[in-house]
Design a protein around this ligand. Structure first.
Ligand code: C2E
Ligand code: CA
Ligand code: CA
Length: 398
């Protein structure tokens, strides 16, 4: 969604600051900007907006009559699809806990900004909304798609990998990207994986998507190498696929056909309680390892028996889940979990990677902890191939 198509509401009690935010949004190309002086007025605007709905509310926390916190509670009930940007002069600690509360209410939080608000920050957060893709869902719940519709979309070649850059924390060099599935729906636009992966997995059809992702990712990786960009591409593997003992051979065939060395393809795997045939899975994983693929333990810390997984899979990368990284700057317990995961990776002599890196502070802390690689909105959101190629060309270590 382009800035010019967005419908944005600014909720701020201070007249001067409200006008300033409105002007900044206009300068970024947003034409539909509403303004409200407090939470009550804001709810009025939301109710009137109806169609098209308000996409984003830029909200001050400290306001008379109804403060930002109460407004968010009402918003979660009346317009849960409206995304939020929080601004406040009250300091980063409070902003962080208000941010957590927002997520608890199920509202999509684009980011929090300490005053004074800068144009660059606002632009960055709007881009997040535009790139997130998965925020824009068809009317009704995401799961409204039937298996048949999804399979037809796959048949019609409407699915594409989006690429999210991964950067070496020590050198700042771009080292690769994770390929994340998106459905470029002719009617609803870009649709994120929550709307199709669970159903494909449950119905035994995930392989059709997995192989599409593998083929496109291997081709992209190869063609980037031809342009001199030697990067790895990570692809997510569903556990359901590991049941079939021919999987490793079929994946090997894909990279061979693409003319790619397996060392450039990283396979991310999350263990869950649903792992049915452990022996088959281990056979596949061991074979993939022998063939030279790198195996990455995804969502580390959230899965079922993560420790057990470490002991039986010959993996080369530990990927710390974003739920630990996201709020760890202001939460000591999370910081300890992240730090010990990184230490453990080092002791096991595998790479550590943190996902969900959203701020400079996250970046600095991970770097100090000796984490190898970072991925997250702070670097860049997932993007389509054309944007990723542009990103590679423009990229310079900070
Ligand atoms: P994941 O493997 O944990 O991927 C990371 C998710 O975090 C992605 O969501 C990404 O867009 C999001 N993300 C990246 N940076 C940040 C950040 O800084 N902050 C926050 N809050 N989020 C961030 P996405 O693309 O919606 O994917 C969701 C999940 O769907 C993935 O989680 C993965 O488990 C699954 N998935 C995506 N593509 C595929 C696929 O091709 N095959 C399979 N089996 N699963 C896939
Ligand atoms: Ca992943
Ligand atoms: Ca994750």
């Amino acid at each position: 969604m382009k800035a010019s198509e967005l419908n944005i509401l600014v909720v701020e009690d201070d007249d001067f600051q409200r006008r300033m935010v409105v002007n900044m949004l206009r300068s970024l190309g947003v034409t539909a900007v509403h303004a409200a002086g407090d939470g009550w007025q804001a709810l009025g605007v939301i109710r009137e907006a109806g169609e098209p709905p308000v996409n984003i509310a830029v909200c001050d926390l400290d306001m008379p009559t109804m403060d930002g916190l109460e407004f968010l509670r009402h918003l979660s009930q009346e317009s849960p699809d409206t995304a939020i940007i929080l601004i406040s002069a009250l300091g980063s600690k409070l902003l962080a806990s208000a941010g957590r509360m927002t997520r608890m209410y199920g509202i999509s939080l684009l980011g929090v900004i300490e005053k004074p608000l800068m144009l660059g920050q606002l632009k960055h957060l709007l881009a997040r909304y535009e790139h997130a893709g998965n925020k824009r869902q068809p009317p009704g719940a995401a799961a409204d798609f039937t298996l048949e519709e999804i399979l037809q979309g796959i048949q019609a070649n409407q699915f594409e990998p989006f690429f999210q850059p991964k950067v070496d924390l020590k050198t700042g060099q771009l080292v690769g990207a994770e390929a994340l599935a998106r459905w470029i729906h002719p009617e609803y636009g870009v649709i994120g994986p929550d709307a199709f992966i669970p159903l494909l997995e449950q119905c035994g059809h995930i392989d059709s998507l997995t192989f599409l992702m593998l083929e496109k990712s291997a081709a992209v990786c190869r063609s980037l190498q031809d342009r001199g960009y030697i990067y790895t591409i990570s692809v997510n593997l569903s556990l359901a696929s590991l049941d079939d003992t021919t999987l490793a051979d079929r994946i090997t065939q894909v990279v061979q056909d693409a003319g790619l060395d397996p060392q450039y393809l990283i396979l991310e795997i999350t263990e869950t309680a649903a792992m049915t045939n452990v022996a088959h899975a281990l056979e596949n994983l061991a074979r993939l390892c022998i063939r030279g693929f790198t195996l990455s333990i995804d969502d580390y810390g959230t899965g079922y028996s993560s420790m057990q997984q470490l002991t039986r899979i010959a993996f080369g990368e530990l990927k710390i889940d974003q739920s630990f990284v996201k709020d760890f700057a202001d939460n000591e317990a999370l910081r300890i979990v992240v730090e010990s995961s990184i230490d453990m990776a080092h002791k096991l002599q595998v790479k550590s990677i943190a996902e969900g890196v959203e701020t400079q502070q996250d970046w600095d802390m991970l770097k100090n902890m000796g984490c190898d690689t970072a991925q997250g909105y702070f670097i860049a959101p997932p993007m389509n191939l054309a944007s990723f190629i542009e990103f590679c060309a423009r990229y310079k270590p900070a």
